[in-house]
Write a protein that binds this ligand. Structure first.
Ligand code: ADP
Ligand code: ASP
Ligand code: MG
Length: 459
């Protein structure tokens, strides 16, 4: 029988009622033998605050109390079974120890230990709920399988190790029981806990689907699929019934928060179909993401990535200095900064760097800038958003750029990236303009009849 991995996000497991809807979805599909859960909504944000901020003990206690109240409310909903209460209290006492640990603020390994607790608690509670609803389920420690490097806060999975461990520890169990595991967390070679970056539970689900040769991977969240743009930006956004792997990967990379940026990578490698739908309204269907789509329109969606940093490095000697660009990129690579947009002129190169909010890792730090300053003049500008039009064959179709740029001609576009990739056109705009720009573009590209689209297969 084909295997399905189901992942439930933070709002889907925020309380006992939300969890019940998820449990029904699991029970309703016999192919679902492995479940991945996020921390209950809000919990990871509290943990990030504990891990990153200089706090008084009173503030630490307040944050711990907030986490406890979320978890205890679910426990009470489960009638507080003693064996679960004991385990939950164990996790909460680990939380307290870490939160008051003297070195927490300077030890990325301790931070990841702390951050892992949200998922460890919600998976414990969700497994119990499934059992109470008569489904044979067990809590499973994802760290045994999701092996990673030791870049705490943003660890890279080791695909070969994950496949090996999944074969050994997970596959033989799936006939017997549904495994409920944690998204977002893994462990390094020394078995230290690591995390995959904010929103990483989607990635966990895809990695497990890959390792277990699943046919499908379901991402259950708080929206009824992937929309033409974030429905929080405009109520005109429309859910998309289907997307290609490429389109979904572009959307995830360029800020559609509904999918962690790396989610599509394992799915593409193993040709696994990915579904996105609402755990509250499963009857409304959702988006199917597959290798090929029936329709591949020029314009599919608009995405936004907030808080982008624009770095310009300038050297009067660049004209003659071959290897300057290489030096710049070497410094950025050493600091694990990934660059999105690049423009170069004779003496300057401008590039944008992602600076995700609520991340445990500060992305562009002083050391990086100091190192860049050793080889050039450096200017850092903040307050920008990256807006991306995602679609197909945009570099080869006539009229695409004029269509897009005419719609937003009144706005200043600080940097444009067009032509490198047929699936996207990106531009950097002032933070204060991005909502209006997306609304204008949405009206122009998705609210006019007829839609600009063509059938990929005419036959
Ligand atoms: P979860 O906790 O389930 O992982 P997230 O908050 O990470 O949920 O992702 C779901 C949210 O992603 C939605 O509530 C929506 O606001 C946002 N989002 C951004 N872009 C899109 C898009 N193109 N389609 C759907 N949702 C989007
Ligand atoms: N709980 C983690 C976060 O909030 C991972 C996830 O929800 O996907 O970032
Ligand atoms: Mg998410």
């Amino acid at each position: 029988m084909s295997l399905n991995i189901a992942k439930f996000g933070g709002t889907s497991v925020a309380n006992i009622d939300a969890m019940r809807s998820c449990a029904k979805i699991v029970i309703g599909n016999p192919a679902t033998r492995m479940v991945v859960v996020s921390a209950a909504a809000g919990v990871t944000n509290h943990l990030v605050q504990l891990a990153n901020e200089e706090l008084t003990s009173e503030q630490v206690n307040e944050l711990i109390a907030k986490v406890e109240s979320i978890e205890f409310a679910i426990l009470v909903g489960l009638q507080s079974p003693p064996h679960v209460t004991v385990k939950l209290n164990e996790l909460l006492s680990i939380l307290r120890d870490l939160a008051f640990h003297e070195e927490l603020l300077h030890r990325p390994d301790l931070k990841d230990d702390l951050l892992s607790l949200g998922e460890r608690m919600s998976s414990l509670l969700f497994a119990e709920l499934l059992c109470q609803m008569g489904h044979s389920a067990e809590n499973f420690d994802a760290r045994k399988v999701i092996k990673t490097d030791n870049e705490f806060g943003q660890a890279e999975p080791d695909i070969a190790q994950i496949a090996l461990q999944a074969d050994k520890l997970v596959r033989p169990e799936l006939e017997r029981v549904v495994l409920v595991t944690q998204g977002f967390i893994g462990s390094d070679e020394q078995d230290n806990t690591t995390t995959l970056g904010r929103g990483g539970s989607d990635y966990t689900a895809a990695l497990l689907a890959e390792a277990l040769d699943a046919a499908t991977c379901e991402i259950w969240t708080d929206v009824i699929g992937v929309y033409t743009t974030d429905p929080r930006i405009t109520d005109k956004a429309k859910p998309l019934p289907e997307l290609s792997f490429e389109e979904a990967a572009e959307m995830a990379t360029f800020g559609a928060k509904v999918l962690h940026p790396a989610t599509m990578v394992p799915a593409v490698r193993k040709n696994i179909r990915v579904f996105v739908g609402s755990s509250r309204e499963p009857e409304k269907g959702g988006t199917w993401i597959a290798k090929d789509c029936k329709v591949e329109p020029h314009y599919r969606a608009l995405t936004r990535r907030k808080e982008q940093v624009l770095v310009t490095v300038k050297t009067p000697s660049m004209l003659y200095a071959s290897g300057f660009l290489q030096q710049v990129f070497e410094i950025l690579a050493r600091h694990h900064l990934s660059v999105d947009l690049v423009t170069t002129s004779e003496i300057a190169v401008s590039l944008t760097i992602d600076n995700p909010p609520n991340s445990v890792r500060a992305r562009l730090n002083r050391e990086t800038i100091e190192e860049l300053k050793e080889i050039s003049e450096v200017k850092v500008e903040e307050g920008y958003d990256l807006v991306t039009v995602v679609g197909n064959n945009m570099h080869s179709a006539a009229g695409v750029s004029s269509h897009i740029f005419a719609a937003i001609k009144d706005y200043n576009l600080r940097l444009i990236c067009y032509g490198a990739n047929p699936h996207n056109i990106s531009f950097l705009v002032r933070e204060s303009d991005s909502t209006e720009i997306i609304k204008l573009l949405h009206r122009e590209l998705f609210e006019q009849e007829p839609l600009q689209s063509h059938h990929a297969n005419h036959g």
